[in-house]
Design a protein around this ligand. Structure first.
Ligand code: HEM
Length: 573
């Protein structure tokens, strides 16, 4: 009789199962027993395979962690042990009581690049030197996984706001191409209807009384972005104000909920948050539908082939949107249609991500500018004169005109310098170490940050008055050779300063592979809006509040506190 052993298949599993000695005599005589034996050996083998893979994964992780510890300890920084890191960070926050304050002290002591252990697995590397910053922002292409998780939790799947550069690269390129193309063909980035609508809202709010700088800026930003992404349909969309409130509420809590590695299913608050996110996504689908009904969207975010494809379904038209990827013009194929339906969630995630980031960043810059204007009436006067001088030569202000207004552009830049959208630019390299020219090696997985406040207010780069608001520093003839400002005179003839060191230290929109795509759009759009506002209104502090404490920058949250109450006084024409 043939042995059972001979019956084992001639495969790897057969090899693993082949007994070292002769088969058990009873195995040959009992096929059922043999099968049981076979199954248990197969299970054993499978468990071994699992064990080996998990062990090798853990070993790889451990090796990576050891590399992080070893290489991290070679970067200059306080002599702390990764295991004691977090407990030391809080009391060590220094006199300024914030991470930026602490980093300032560390840079003073250890030089332009310092490391800090946030936890045994989290190494933070802060870079302050302008040349190193450029190198880091070009070489490190990924963003922190936490950022991607927060966007995903709040807005669903997105191909624009994820950690890996590989995943966002294509969408970044198509969006940037579209935005820049749009600026090139349309001089009026903010169409006159939106300016009129925004002015109408300002009038309505003014009729009720005094304006809070932050909330009015939020509304302005929301309408500009909404109109850009959704078209004119956004202006008469009845759910717009609910949408705005939900977006802001969700944005505030996003990072908190995303910081849980395992979602806290047991928490009612978490489910409330998820419910709000769902509502927001439904509203986004609603506004998309509203745009489709009004045939509006593609004139804003798609490209021209929409008009040639009137016979395709409403939903298919969205396939043409840059937020999903440009489809070749012509008839849509079945698979493309199916692909589109799968991508619906992605479109929603991309739109919500853009609305969230764009609104928050734009409103913070508008609010900062309005505050400066209310606090500096002499600057406002000069700006008004500049606007009128340009306007006399043209009937309607557009972005081409605005670019001729040097003092206005300088005011926007200076406000962005003093109040960047966030305290830190963050990057990481998920897979590869980053070798810097200075000989420092930043291990893969380390969190790299650029403390924007320190860089944009560095007196070595910006002069002794670095902490003061002075738009003239961006204009050549209004600034003397040591960088201090003259009066607001002769600024009309001034050119923008192009000094490289300053440029490298001016990063409100980031730099390098993951820099902001909306930079040009935001600066020109905001300047056009401010020009239109100043044409019609004078911005004043609320009467009686002149002697109140002046707004100062809150170091942690990066906003001006308290938000001043302002009045928009209509100009007599
Ligand atoms: C005043 C307004 C704005 C400010 C201050 C601002 C600032 C920033 C900053 C600092 C970053 C990170 C850059 C980096 O890490 O190097 C960023 C990223 C980004 N911004 Fe903006 N932004 C503004 C408006 C907008 C607008 C209007 C849009 C588009 C509609 C936009 C689209 C993006 C996108 C898509 C990214 C992500 C890039 C990526 O992760 O690859 N931004 N922005």
């Amino acid at each position: 009789m043939e042995s059972c052993d001979a019956a084992l298949p001639n495969t790897l599993i057969g090899l693993l199962l082949r007994p070292s000695s002769l088969p058990h005599p009873s195995a040959a005589s009992c096929p059922r027993r043999f099968l049981r034996d076979y199954a248990s050996r197969a299970t054993n083998a499978l468990l071994w395979v699992c064990l080996i893979s998990v062990t090798s994964l853990l070993c790889r992780r451990l090796a990576r962690l050891v590399r992080l510890w070893v290489q991290g300890s070679r970067i200059p920084g306080p002599p702390s042990n990764p295991f004691l890191a977090r407990s030391k960070l809080i009391p060590g926050c220094g006199s300024l009581g914030s991470l930026t304050g602490y980093l300032a002290e560390l840079h003073e002591k250890y030089g332009p690049i310092v490391r800090l252990w946030l936890s045994p697995t989290q190494l933070l590397v802060s870079v302050k030197d302008t040349m190193l910053i450029k190198e880091v922002l070009i070489k490190a292409e990924d963003k922190l996984p936490l950022t991607g998780r927060a966007f995903h939790l709040a807005f669903g799947r997105s191909s624009l706001f994820v950690s890996s550069f590989e995943k966002v690269q294509k969408r970044r390129e198509s969006l940037a191409e579209y935005m820049n193309g749009r600026i090139a063909v349309r001089a009026n980035i903010i169409p006159s209807e939106i300016v009129e609508c925004v002015m109408g809202r300002v009038d309505t709010i003014m009729a009720k009384g005094i304006l809070d700088c932050v909330s009015v800026s939020q509304q302005l930003a929301f309408y500009i972005l909404g109109n850009t992404l959704f078209g004119d349909a956004f202006l008469d969309w009845p759910e717009a104000s609910i949408y705005e409130k939900l977006l802001i509420t969700i944005a505030k809590d996003g990072c908190f909920w995303a910081s849980y590695t395992i979602p806290p299913f047991w928490s009612r608050e978490y489910w409330k948050y998820k419910h709000m996110c769902k509502r927001l996504r439904h509203l986004t689908q609603d506004i998309i539908q509203h745009c489709v009904d009004r045939n509006d969207l593609l004139s804003k975010i798609g490209h021209s082939s929409y008009k040639d494809n009137k016979d395709i379904g409403d939903e298919a038209r969205f396939n043409d949107s840059v937020l999903l990827g440009n489809m070749p013009s012509g008839v849509l194929l079945q698979e493309e249609m199916a692909e589109y339906l799968n991508s619906k969630e992605e479109l929603c995630g991309n739109i919500l991500g853009l609305m969230f980031h764009g609104c928050l960043a734009t409103s913070s810059l508008i609010s900062s500018i309005l505050t400066r204007l209310a606090l500096h009436p002499e600057l406002q006067q000069k700006l008004y004169a500049e606007i009128i001088a340009v306007q006399e030569k043209t009937c309607k202000l557009d972005s081409d005109d605005v670019q001729k207004m040097n003092l206005l552009m300088a005011t926007v830049y200076e406000s962005a310098r003093l109040l960047p959208a966030g305290p830190l630019l963050q990057r990481c390299s998920l897979e590869h170490d980053i070798y810097l020219c200075s000989g420092i090696n930043v291990p893969a997985g380390a969190i790299m940050v650029v403390p924007l406040q320190l860089v944009q207010m560095d007196s070595y780069v910006w002069g002794q008055d670095a902490g003061h608001f002075n738009p003239l520093r961006f204009l050549s003839e209004a600034t003397d050779h040591i960088g201090t400002h003259k009066k607001y005179e002769d600024f009309e003839k001034s050119a923008f300063l192009g000094e490289p060191k300053r440029k490298a230290a001016f990063l409100p929109f980031g730099y390098g592979t993951r820099a902001c795509i909306g930079e040009k759009f935001a600066t020109l759009g905001i300047s056009t809006l401010i020009a239109s506002l100043l044409q019609n209104y004078e911005i004043k502090l609320q009467p009686g509040s002149e002697n109140d404490p002046k707004p100062i920058m809150s170091d942690c949250l990066l906003q001006l506190l308290p938000s001043p109450k302002v009045v928009f006084a209509k100009r007599s024409k």
